[in-house]
Design a binder for this molecule. Structure first.
Ligand SMILES: Nc1ncnc2c1ncn2[C@@H]1O[C@H](COP(=O)(O)OP(=O)(O)OP(=O)(O)O)[C@@H](O)[C@H]1O
Ligand SMILES: [Mg+2]
Length: 468
């Protein structure tokens, strides 16, 4: 955001007095004056009104906001708001004839029909009024474009009378408050989609997921949460010792054990956003990864999903010529702690295949804490039961029968036994069973055999149980 102010502030108040009076005149200040001034300014070049350009420079203040700046989106959203005081112009935009549409989905899983629409001020020039003061808005697409994203540069320029320059502060404060408010209780996801080398908010912020809704084995959640909180409290310690202020976590375990859900809810708990990169995704190259990690959005947890993708054998090429993820092992290590790596960061890596990772990854500064998030344990199954049926299973008799059933089916380990095995069920599967039997605990107990895992990866096929 750059503010262009008149080159010389008014030297004496008296020389401004008549003009001030003019601007305070409701008709003149009611847009006509400003429009007239702008028109006069544009005619100035043709020398019809001598010195109008200089007049404009002296009398008007301009603020230019580029699309790269965070405030760009805030401002657009603010301009689309209904006017708080009503009046003859109901919305800040009712008089506008150029509108543009912004459609966003609220979740990764949203089908196209679950979308929200918002009308934005379109491209062009128009006038708006805020607290009785008129200002000019000019939203423009530049002919130049961003080298990395290919998107044309865009700017919004706000112009008002120099005497009313306090207006901008007010507008930006309101727009910022609005943005903060919209994110309250929400977790913002950032991704780098397509060829973009830049982070962008993904959809609308989602409602925070409470930590209590993710049930990990006893003590695991607490251990990670307290480690992260400790880290957040010890910035000075790192700075004093000249150590980059970074901490890395690796969560590994089978699909559907709650790794991603936990990280999302942890971000919510800390009031952080999430910056997500899926390393097995097409188009994630070493360069792109390194670039993205140098400019993480502030107050976000970096989430690198499928960390094993950087270690897979990339000789196998698919029929369309795609040969798997393009990020390499050294690319990942460099991005995590090479010279270009950001100085401050909390990173979470996830994988289903701990055996495919290289030991070099698990080194302080890259990964400081490795935690297994495994198949469901007895403890987790019991906790999940209580969350779903706690109110209808007052004495816990249903829970005892359910746990016994799981144990008999060898879907969880008996109390005191070895904790989990590949044959055990996943927490996602238990959640699925409970969702299917909402308010019907007998149904859940009855359908427990449905939890027997059916899908294993080829390498894990041996010893697989065939469901009866
Ligand atoms: N421990 C858990 N507590 C609560 N919900 C869970 C848990 N594990 C899985 N779920 C539910 O199952 C679904 C899948 O979970 P999630 O995506 O977090 O698993 P994941 O471990 O990240 O799996 P993957 O390795 O395939 O990425 C989510 O809807 C989540 O709410
Ligand atoms: Mg996941």
């Amino acid at each position: 955001m750059s503010t262009s102010q008149p080159p010389t502030p008014p030297s004496s108040a008296t020389s401004f007095l008549p003009l001030d009076a003019l601007f305070e005149n409701p008709v003149f200040a009611g847009g006509a004056g400003l429009a007239g001034l702008a028109a006069a300014a544009s005619l100035g070049r043709k020398s019809i009104i001598l010195g109008a350009g200089a007049l404009k420079r002296r009398l008007l203040v301009e603020v230019e906001i580029s699309k790269q700046d965070n405030s760009y989106g805030w401002l657009l959203a603010w301009m689309s708001l209904p006017r708080p005081t009503g009046g003859f112009i109901q919305s800040r935009m009712t008089r506008l004839h150029q509108l543009s549409m912004k459609t966003s989905s609220t979740s990764i899983f949203d089908k196209p029909r679950h979308a929200s629409f918002m009308l934005h001020a379109g491209y062009g020039r128009y006038f708006m009024r805020h607290k009785g003061v008129y200002f000019q808005v000019s939203r423009e697409k530049q002919s130049s474009s961003n080298m990395t994203t290919g998107e044309p540069h865009e700017t919004i320029t706000l112009t008002t009378l120099y005497a009313q320059r306090h207006l901008f502060e007010d507008i930006f404060r309101e727009a910022h408050e609005l943005a903060v408010e919209a994110q309250e209780g929400k977790t913002v996801m950032h991704t780098a989609q397509g060829h973009s080398m830049d982070w962008k908010p993904f959809g609308n912020p989602r409602k925070k997921r409470p930590l209590s809704s993710v049930i990990l084995d006893k003590g695991i959640k607490e251990r990670i949460v307290s480690d992260v909180k400790d880290f957040l409290d010890s910035q000075k310690w790192y700075v004093d010792r000249g150590i980059p202020y970074r901490r890395g976590y690796l969560l590994y375990g089978p699909p559907g054990s709650g790794k991603s859900s936990f990280i999302q809810s942890l971000a919510g708990e800390l009031d952080f956003g999430v910056s997500l990169i899926n390393l097995s995704e097409r188009g994630i190259t070493d360069d792109k990864l390194a670039m993205l990690l140098t400019k993480l959005p502030p107050r976000t947890i970096l989430l690198l999903e499928d960390a094993d993708a950087a270690f897979v054998n990339r000789r196998k090429t698919e029929s369309d010529g795609y040969n798997g993820a393009t990020v390499t092992f050294s690319g990942l290590l460099n991005a995590l702690d090479g010279v270009a790596a950001g100085e401050e960061r909390i990173a979470f890596l996830t994988t289903n295949h701990i055996d495919r990772l290289d030991e070099a990854l698990i080194r302080p500064g890259r990964v400081d804490l490795t935690v297994r998030i495994g198949q469901a344990t007895r403890y987790q199954a019991a906790e999940m039961w209580d969350r779903f049926y706690g109110d209808i299973d007052g004495d816990g008799a249903g829970r005892s029968r359910f746990l016994q059933r799981l144990e008999d089916l060898d879907l969880i380990a008996p109390e005191g036994g070895q904790k989990t095995s590949k044959m055990h069920t996943s927490t996602a599967a238990i959640q699925g069973l409970f969702l299917f039997n909402k308010n019907d605990m007998e149904g859940a107990i009855e359908q427990a055999p449905g939890l027997i895992p059916r899908i294993y990866e080829a390498e894990e096929h041996e010893g697989m149980r065939v469901p009866a």
